[in-house]
Design a protein around this ligand. Structure first.
Ligand SMILES: Nc1ncnc2c1ncn2[C@@H]1O[C@H](COP(=O)(O)OP(=O)(O)OP(=O)(O)O)[C@@H](O)[C@H]1O
Length: 367
């Protein structure tokens, strides 16, 4: 589908805060108003896919509503495509909203309109002439892969097809920014994967800046370039997806990463493994230490190096757990070994390994 001349837009949060329930809470007790978004400083890069993740109530939806101006910050600033929208009037806000498409968890389609009618709707609102609308709707439906469903009503569509309509509708007016709020949370894993692939295509082919709001780290793993982790309204961690997965600094991020990668055995898994495998357990990180931008330059550090160190030190090992996934198109994972042999030799092998990658030694008590 042709990019209709929209260039990507960046979004900046500068110490942005949004509080709710101030006076009532203050009268009820000695608490300050609840900050749903609390002093967030975040740059969302133009033309990239950024994921906002956090548990329920972390402030994700409020952050999104600050981007499209449905909420205004009580303190700080929100800058969308160069305009500080913290204090702009409704007219200017409407213009900015025209550059922002939204995709929702529950699709939010008009049940009384056909698929084509749903996608056409924002074009009507924008005053696009009828003939152009028809051509644009066809182009959009072909792009999202449901060109044959134009005359169907939403009730006859699967969840995945409904979300394709939602994406086509969101793209109708060529927005610079697409906000996807839990867009795959109502879908099964295979359909989720198809919709995420479509979103990535939107980003690659149209250059749209995409902000993905999710509580699932798998979604971040599968399509995002950058990730921001929210907790109680605060930005607790953000950065390049590979870096955040490889070196999560907060316990919440560590928990989210573990859920999405499954590479480090849990205490229960370790206990089960110990019943089958004697020896000391060690988990070795598998990382791409090369140039992430260039697949040919990938240098995978971890598995083979580990085996080499063990062999050199004369330590017997069995691979007992682990896995490697592709993260931001780079290999990422960990392998857990059960080591048998002389304590000094094991210590030598482990300290050698520590010079090249991250190593977790598991003691008998657990992780
Ligand atoms: N309009 C509102 N009035 C009062 N409190 C609100 C309002 N909107 C959000 N909140 C509160 O702000 C906090 C953050 O809510 P928000 O919906 O942004 O979180 P979330 O991360 O999107 O959660 P979920 O994943 O459950 O949708 C919550 O404590 C919520 O109760």
């Amino acid at each position: 589908m042709a990019d209709r001349g929209s260039s990507a837009a960046a979004i900046s949060f500068r110490n942005a805060t949004r509080r709710f329930g101030g006076r009532r809470r203050l009268r009820a007790g000695p608490f300050a108003p609840t900050a749903a978004v609390d002093g967030v400083d975040l740059e969302i890069a133009a033309g990239r896919i950024t994921g906002i993740i956090g548990y329920s109530g972390a402030g994700k939806s409020t952050l999104v509503r600050l981007i499209n101006g449905l909420e205004r910050p009580d303190d700080g600033h929100v800058i969308v495509d160069g305009t500080d929208i913290s204090n702009v009037g409704e007219r200017q806000l409407r213009r900015i909203r025209g550059d922002i498409g939204m995709v929702f968890q529950q699709f939010s389609l008009f049940s009384s309109r056909t698929v084509a009618g749903n996608v056409e709707f924002p074009l009507r609102v924008a005053g696009v002439p009828k003939r152009q609308r028809a051509a644009r709707v066809k182009e959009l439906l072909d792009f999202v892969g449901i060109g044959d469903k134009a005359k169907h009503y939403p009730r006859r569509l699967s969840g995945g097809q409904k979300q394709r309509v939602g994406i086509a509708r969101a793209l109708a007016t060529s927005p610079k920014i697409l906000l996807a709020d839990e867009a795959t949370s109502a879908l099964d894993p295979d359909t989720t994967s198809e919709i995420l692939t479509l979103l990535r295509r939107v980003n690659r082919e149209l250059g749209t800046t995409i902000v993905v709001i999710t509580h699932e780290m798998d979604v971040i793993r599968d399509i995002c370039d950058h990730v921001a982790v929210l907790d109680h309204g605060r930005l607790i961690e953000h950065g390049d997806v590979y870096d955040v997965f490889a070196r999560p600094t907060s316990p919440i991020t560590r928990r989210l990463v573990r859920g999405a990668v499954g590479d480090i055995p849990s205490d229960e898994t370790l206990a089960r493994l110990r019943t089958r495998h004697p020896g000391k357990f060690v988990t070795v990180a598998i990382r791409d230490t090369g140039n992430g931008e260039n697949p040919a330059g990938q240098a995978v550090t971890g598995g083979d190096d580990a085996l080499e160190h063990f062999t050199r030190a004369g330590v017997d090992v069995a691979i007992v757990y682990g896995g490697i996934v592709e993260l931001a198109r780079r290999p990422f994972g960990a392998i857990t070994f059960a080591m048998r042999g002389d304590d000094d030799r094991i210590a030598e092998a482990v300290s050698g390994l520590r010079t090249i990658t991250e190593v977790i030694e598991h003691d008998e008590a657990g992780v």
